[in-house]
Design a protein around this ligand. Sequence first.
Ligand code: ATP
Length: 577
Amino acid sequence: MLKTLKKFFAFCGVDNRRLFITSIWLGVVSAICSAMRIPAAAIVIQALLERNVTMATLWTSLGIIVISLIITIAINMKATMLQTRAGYRACANKRIEIAEHLRYLPMGWFNDNSLGEVTSVTTNTMENMANVATRVVMVTTRGFLTSGIIAAMMFLFDWRMGLITLTGLVLFFAVNAAMQRAEQTLSQRKFNADERLVSKVLEYVQGIAEVKNFDLTHDSATQVHGAVEEARRASFAMEIPSVLYMLAQFVVNKLTGVAVCAAAIVFYFSGTMELTNCLLMLICSFILFEQLDSAGSFSALFRSIDIGVDKASAILRVEPMDIDGEELSPEREDITLSHVDFSYDSKPILHDVSLTIPEKTTVAIVGPSGSGKTTLCNLMARFWDVQGGSVRLGGRDVREYSYDSLIRNFSFVFQRVYLFSDTIANNIRFGKPDASMEEVQAAAKKARCYDFIMALPNGFDTVIGEGGATLSGGERQRISIARAIMKDAPIIILDEATANVDPENEKELMEAVAELTHDKTVIMIAHRLKTVRHADQIFVVDHGEIVQQGTHDELVAVDGLYRRFVVERQQAAGWKV
Ligand SMILES: Nc1ncnc2c1ncn2[C@@H]1O[C@H](COP(=O)(O)OP(=O)(O)OP(=O)(O)O)[C@@H](O)[C@H]1O
């Protein structure tokens, strides 16, 4: 348990740890104040035995009780406020730290770890930590510390009583340690079940259109039901042993009280304890381990704090990509790939790819579906690291740049646009967080989305649904172009941005793209002949290799994949030109 405490305090950070420790010590002071009931009772008992009860005796006793009660309440309030602040602040800081850290993780990590796992850690686990860990840590540490202090006081009072109390404490901790061991595997099972539940619900909600479309309601719901059922079983399995161990702890506690009671009576009759002290011990025996009772039940949750800290720390320990990167600004924005080899895990995708894209030129990358076009573009912005060869921007390997200084040079317009559940203005501002409203509107005008935004009920302040759900595909696309215009990066990568657009939207989209790409280095994964034919260079990719390279006129003049695609474009399923 001490190991978990140490881990938890290290996890919380210095400031929050200080608040926690202060609140724990305040808790101990409050427990001692609440124990002032014992001397208050002793004064009255003594007076009664001496048949000397006066108003002064009663007032003194009452005064001690009232004052200690007021102090206890005030201290408890302060301690609760401190630990609540420390708990929520520590978890909020961790969430921000994790979110920030995720930005710098290699894309391969996201491939290997499901969205559910990451979501579960940042939501469930952190929520659990904020709610449970803060209370658990305070109640248990306070309970154990207070009981230790009481045991020491018992030794001072009468070593025989001290011995009985200590024996009780040792037995209590033995049961507690057994409970912690029993909880270890069960807590892990519960965490895994919670993680799977979040994964399945996310999958179900994200794929709800497909679920309805293909009438998968039953299959998907079964998976969600299975995950819910396993989470229920895991939670229940965790409760059973803890209830039994808690009962055992409770029994040990009460038996210690009974032993104190019995020993006091025996010692009185054997003439080795005064009547006042004997009566005092009888009162003490009932309140001796009050704090320990709640500490014992709360400590059952210690294992889940342990796992929670481990899960969050495991994400934070994943090595970010730009560990050695420098803050660089390329002098020119040309891109060179030299003998690049790349695989996703063990699946080879690109083989010995070399190409040069001079700055401020437009290149089109074309090829059959799955040939590696998107992968090629992603390597330029170091979404992944190459396994062989190099990718250079402005003559420097992209691995020499820090992530921020590299990504500053790129704007991506993806075919699948993701808009955040926020106002339209803020979605456009993503490209430049401190942009004024005038700048946002100017970008929207260039991206040909100003008119439809103004037609919305709250204009630029309209909050759009998560993923941009309340806008059409073409509108979302143009907002993403406005975002890219706002960023004003020197290199634009258009990944099939013009595919799947109806003719009405196409004209506006083309105008928006023209505004975005003006005077930039442009790399487009192009499916339309119109856009491809005007490119300065065309790279034809097939099975992860550049099989042809040149201008449209040069490529149609020779027999090859490009000409075949142009000729067969009407029938070609994988290449819509
Ligand atoms: N994140 C990933 N993890 C594993 N494999 C991937 C990943 N992304 C793409 N692939 C695989 O790599 C290959 C190349 O994919 P890529 O998206 O680069 O092709 P593309 O030419 O852009 O295809 P399309 O025109 O259909 O978009 C495909 O076989 C794809 O399944």
